[in-house]
Design a protein. Structure first.
Length: 335
């Protein structure tokens, strides 16, 4: 009997050690990358040599990529692409380089975010029951394609920045019962393909404690299933410096873990490309805040399109220099 007890203790300790030593995720959404390459954009290292954009991110300590998926996208280089086929190809490429994979379903033909959650054109006039089934079918189809391509997906976002819901108007937070059904359809489709994948539900304004409590209290009431709460953190969009908001982010991370018994992850973060030192400090503070979440419940942080240099993207919160080189701000991701 004593031998069995000792054996059980050893196994328990080994499992605990393994759980406590899961690698912290440091990475980026890089979905623009193949589109940038197709238009001839060149990436350079600090010595001026040409280099693969993904390799440049890996060299700076990143180990994870996040890839968005649209339903029936256009071929517009900045707000299109992101089809199932392109997503699978980019995921394969990144995985071969050693990156962990997160997939981000927008459930739209283009961007979905707090200001717009437009249904795909092909789903526009469907009755709710069929709309919900399309969420399942689309999610299952993309995840199955990734699995067939031998891509090991670690996380999946069901929706992108959805404080007001998704697939409006049916999936608005004005219709929480229906939103709950849609989110659970996405969850069930992911788990049908691979039960080990962690499903994320994602809101913006990660320092806005009340926004998260309101949403996830309602989600709990509707029995919404998820494994991780994802947060965006952009001090720029609320017109504040990170020093004014980082304490609220850290409080929120810990509050969510305790209140909902979940894991948390900053799935989008960004600072101004031309304020290098401030952006680096923002990243260092955010990494510290997530790592400080007890019991390794803070899984990681991901920069949104750091390689999306402004002359190509028009996006001011990238982390790339005009000469095609990575911003020194990204050194915050190095160990």
């Amino acid at each position: 009997m004593k031998k069995i007890q000792v054996l059980l203790l050893v196994v328990t300790m080994q499992l605990s050690f393994a759980q406590n030593n899961v690698e912290f995720s440091k990475g980026a959404d890089v979905t623009w990358l193949p589109q940038m390459e197709a238009t001839g954009y060149q990436f350079y290292d600090t010595d001026g040599s040409k280099k693969d954009g993904l390799q440049l991110l890996k060299d700076r300590g990143m180990n994870t990529v996040r890839l968005r998926v649209f339903v029936n996208p256009s071929d517009d280089p900045r707000s299109g692409h992101c089809s199932k086929e392109e997503t699978v190809a980019l995921a394969q490429r990144a995985q071969k380089m050693g990156f962990r994979i997160m997939i981000n379903f927008h459930y739209s033909d283009s961007w979905a975010d707090p200001g717009k959650q437009n249904k795909p054109a092909a789903w526009k006039d469907l009755p709710f029951e069929k709309l919900a089934q399309e969420v399942y079918n689309h999610t299952f189809d993309v995840m199955t394609a990734l699995k067939k391509a031998k891509v090991k997906t670690e996380w999946v976002q069901v929706g992108n920045e959805i404080p007001g819901g998704m697939l409006w108007p049916e999936g608005s937070t004005d219709n929480w019962n229906q939103l709950g059904i849609l989110l659970n359809k996405g969850y069930d489709a992911v788990k049908a393909v691979d039960k080990s994948i962690k499903v994320i539900v994602h809101l913006d304004e990660g320092d806005n404690i009340e926004k998260f409590r309101t949403f996830f209290d309602n989600a709990k009431a509707q029995n919404v299933k998820y494994d991780v709460i994802g947060l965006s953190y952009y001090p720029f969009w609320v017109k504040k410096d990170y020093t004014e908001t980082i304490a609220n982010l850290e409080f929120n991370l810990n509050d969510l873990v305790t209140r909902y018994n979940t894991e948390v992850m900053v799935v989008e973060v960004g600072g101004e490309y031309d304020k290098v030192e401030n952006t680096k400090e923002l990243l260092e503070a955010t990494i510290k805040a997530v790592k400080n979440v007890p019991n390794n419940k803070g899984l990681g942080i991901l920069y949104w399109e750091p390689q999306g240099e402004k002359s190509w993207s028009g996006y001011s919160l990238s982390a790339w220099l005009e000469n095609g080189q990575p911003s020194p701000a990204l050194d915050a991701f190095k160990d």
